[in-house]
Structures are given as structure tokens and as C-alpha cells.
Write a protein that binds this ligand. Structure first.
Ligand code: UDP
Ligand code: MG
Length: 183
């Protein structure tokens, strides 16, 4: 790399988002977590109605990006299909872009962070310009969540709502999302 490389990372990403490039008001964020099928999205819809947050589902943003046919699309699908966690830079970039585009300052971030690397990535990229207020965690047992996901699979059209991927997602949730609670 030539001039400007000292800034490190992102030299190739010259194009800033077309919307505001930075936050007018320092955003407040609540992380909404829970296993696959815990009902995070459903509860977020209710909170939005009562309290006027903007709801951002990391999974929905990744699926939208995949559909857009961008360079990251195939990569994203390869992670989602296997129930694995997409590289944090991609997810945080999509979250920040959506936050800026909304013009809002209070966000429910649903389904992120999913592991320690996600959290460290968030802190590195967003820690300086946003405040995480707290985490809302929905604790629902595996069999209930599995039942819900299988029900949803009839209509969701999601490539990961099949029993094989559901089991992988549960394993990733046990091994990565909950790991800190067990230590
Ligand atoms: N995903 C990810 N990082 C995120 C959120 C989602 O990699 O921050 C991927 C991951 O492969 C996950 C899938 O997207 O299994 C679906 O996530 P979503 O939160 O939509 O599903 P849920 O777990 O709520 O059923
Ligand atoms: Mg969801």
C-alpha cells in the first residue's frame, strides 16, 4: 500500500456512506440477546411501539446485505448457512450504516454481539462514539426455541431454519454466546 497506509485498515474503503458521516448526537445502544428463537425480534417490535427506539436486527441487516448482491454477499451466506458467526467488521459496518441512516439516537441492537470477538470488535469500532446502556437477555430453553424455529421454518424462507442448521446454531450459541456466563 502507498500513501495513507499508516492509517491502517480501510484504506480501500474510500467511499463514506452517502448519509451523515458521523452522529449528531452520541447514540445510546441496548444489546438484545438470547438464543436463536428466543423471541428477540418479537420483543423488540413491542419495545419500539412503547418506547420509540429504532430496532436493528444484525441478522436482518446481514440477510439484506446478502440479497443486495454486494461483494460480501456470498461470504455472508456461507456463514449463515452453517450457523457460524460472520466476521465482526462486516456486521459492525452494517450496524453503523443503519444507525447513521436512521438519524435516531436510541437503538435496540438485536442478535449482536454473539461472542467475545464480536464484543471486542464493537468496542474497537464503536466504543468511542456510542454508549451501550445495558443488555437485555431472553433466557428460553432449547426445546421451546427449537419448536418455535421449526414453526417459523414453514414460512420464513430462511436458509438456516432447518433442523440441521438449527442444531448448529444452538451449539454456536452454547459455545460462543454463553461462554462468559459459564466461566
Ligand atoms: N449472524 C452473525 N452475526 C450477528 C448476527 C447474525 O453472524 O451479529 C448470523 C449467524 O450466522 C446467525 C444468523 O446470522 O446464525 C441468523 O441470526 P439471527 O439473529 O437473525 O437469528 P436468530 O438467532 O435470532 O434466530
Ligand atoms: Mg432474530
Amino acid at each position: 500500500e502507498g500513501e495513507g497506509a499508516a492509517a491502517g485498515g480501510g484504506a480501500a474503503e474510500a467511499a463514506a456512506p452517502a448519509e451523515a458521516a458521523e452522529f449528531a448526537v452520541r447514540p445510546k445502544v441496548i444489546f438484545v440477546l438470547g438464543g436463536p428463537g428466543a423471541g428477540k425480534g418479537t420483543q423488540c417490535e413491542k419495545i419500539v411501539k412503547e418506547y420509540g427506539f429504532v430496532h436493528l436486527s444484525a441478522g436482518d441487516l446481514l440477510r439484506a446485505e446478502r440479497k443486495s448482491g454486494s461483494a460480501d454477499g456470498e461470504l455472508i451466506e456461507s456463514y449463515i448457512k452453517e450457523g457460524n458467526i460472520v466476521p465482526v467488521e462486516i456486521t459492525v459496518r452494517l450496524l453503523e450504516k443503519a444507525m447513521l441512516a436512521s438519524g435516531a439516537s436510541k437503538f435496540l441492537v438485536d442478535g449482536f454481539p454473539r461472542n467475545e470477538d464480536n464484543l471486542l470488535g464493537w468496542e474497537r469500532l464503536m466504543g468511542g462514539k456510542s454508549d451501550v446502556e445495558f443488555v437485555l437477555f431472553y433466557d428460553v430453553d432449547d426445546s421451546t426455541r427449537e419448536e418455535r424455529l421449526l414453526g417459523r421454518s414453514l414460512t420464513s424462507g430462511r436458509s438456516d431454519d432447518n433442523i440441521e442448521t438449527i442444531r448448529k446454531r444452538f451449539k454456536v450459541f452454547r459455545d460462543e454466546v454463553r461462554q462468559r456466563r459459564q466461566r
